[in-house]
Design a protein around this ligand. Sequence first.
Ligand SMILES: *Cc1c(COP(=O)(O)O)cnc(C)c1O
Length: 372
Amino acid sequence: MERVALKVPLLDLQPQYAAIRADVLAAIERVCDSQHFIMGQEVERFEAEIAEMIGVAHAVGVSSGTDALLVALMSLGIGPGDEVITPTFSFFATAGSVARLGATPVFVDVRPDTLMMDAEAVAAALTTRTKAIVPVHLFGLSADMDPIVALASSRGVPVVEDAAQALGATYRGRQAGTIGTLGCFSFFPSKHLGAFGDAGLVTTNDAGLAARVRRLRNHGMEPKYYHHEIGGNFRLDALQAAVLRVKLPHMPAWNAQRRANAARYGELFSQMRQVNVPVEPSDRVHTYHQYVVRVRERDRVRAHLASRDIATEVYYPVPFHRQTCFAAYTHSPDAYPVADRAALEVLALPVFPGLSGDQQAHVVASVAEAVR
Ligand SMILES: *Cc1c(COP(=O)(O)O)cnc(C)c1O
């Protein structure tokens, strides 16, 4: 039988959009008719709805996931002379936001099983200057939070969760992003819940911090034209909030589809010892923002998949301790063997909601051709 050409993108948002198109256009029309574009009712309602869904007291809509991290760290008063511990293996913004405030990012290596922050490494990196710990819930799985939070509490250090990839993920029954002192989410279009542009969210159960984040989001202003501290323009647009409100109720079903796709990959890869599939510890629900396998000769496997019309991505090829812009914060670049190895082996396969069984079978068959 002749092989049928089957193209597999890394992410296709069209099936999702097709299912909600009329609702999205109605929401956009509602905002256009109101001619109210910055903050306001749409933003307030979105904040209340998402806070209710993930079980947190306060949710503050902001302009992006990066700005969520920045304003969360600002609300803790972090600045020059302060140290903030981050994993070395994450998206740039996790450490970039620390450095932008003049504080010092302190990188720690990650765990070999989950590729996330290792509490023992954090313990070794703590100093009297440590002002925050930023675990990252990478690829849709929560980091192992209890040991990190215990360590942080014992030293009176706040925990800022980078939950940009983990909306809907749980850890011991609690939602990622609601466990630490503050949580930061991104609604970049490719995330679990994607806006039609940039958007983000800060969550917290601390009323004082929530008020401070709200003030910092709008130039530190309260009341109008009275500035107690220097904030910025980190506001969420009404149009983005309106789109997010349409999508939010669908998010659990989309996450369930990602989990079903991951389970199917798990079965299909079960006989292929050369492919290490992602782990899901029994105390967590993984939402598979990315389905990241680990393989030897990753670049060769990736090139083979590309030749079969299968798109993949490498999250992330360069850990923080090897980034040029962070050289000043890296004293021993060879001290992160787990992250260095992960950077050579990780490969994200398509897992988006709407990915067909045929497409998945094509991905797995093509991986098998490459690794045998
Ligand atoms: C996407 C992402 C961010 C930044 O979010 P933006 O909305 O793109 O600014 C931060 N951290 C992690 C881990 C991310 O994946």
